[in-house]
Design a protein around this ligand. Structure first.
Ligand code: AMP
Length: 143
């Protein structure tokens, strides 16, 4: 399989598709999942093209997971969550739907079950409000 420059996340990186951005640096980009499994479900991607864990350059993977580690507690705090789950799928049989490597940061809330993956499209205004909260926390905690 070769990397498809027209996958959704590549288009988001090029600004050809909208996204509720929550964080960006020179190497990585993070935004809200539009079909969240929980409130504040976020995705972190590298700016370099890579399909999955086997395809990504080790240094890029380190940079990517570093952003995941920095962002996760900020998202948890901003959303008032009780913990978080990290997900990362490799290959369609494993559940990968977008073939640009990404880590899911899924906030968890006591007694709130997870929704199924990519089941319900979230309302735009709710995504905008949540992204705003996380961006504010990022400004305070990460800058
Ligand atoms: P995966 O199964 O790990 O490939 O997950 C892909 C994720 O991308 C799913 O959770 C989708 O809800 C999410 N997704 C698909 N299209 C978009 C989009 N345009 N903006 C944000 N998230 C998206």
């Amino acid at each position: 399989m070769t990397y498809d420059d027209n996958n959704i996340f590549a288009k988001i990186l090029r600004g050809e598709m909208p996204a509720h951005k929550i964080y960006e640096d020179d190497e990585t980009f993070a935004f809200l999942d539009i079909m969240p499994r929980s409130k504040g479900h976020s995705l972190v991607i590298p700016k370099t093209p890579a399909i999955n864990m086997l395809d990504v350059a080790p240094d890029d993977l380190c940079t990517l997971i570093r952003t995941v580690q920095r962002l996760a507690p900020v998202i948890v705090e901003a959303m008032g969550a009780d913990g978080f789950m990290i997900q990362q799928f490799n290959g369609a049989p494993a559940g990968q739907m977008v073939f640009h490597i990404h880590f899911h940061i899924v906030p968890r809330y006591i007694d709130v079950p997870l929704k199924h993956a990519a089941s319900d499209m979230e309302q735009e205004d709710i995504l905008a409000t949540n992204a705003d909260k996380i961006r504010t926390a990022v400004e305070t905690r990460l800058k």
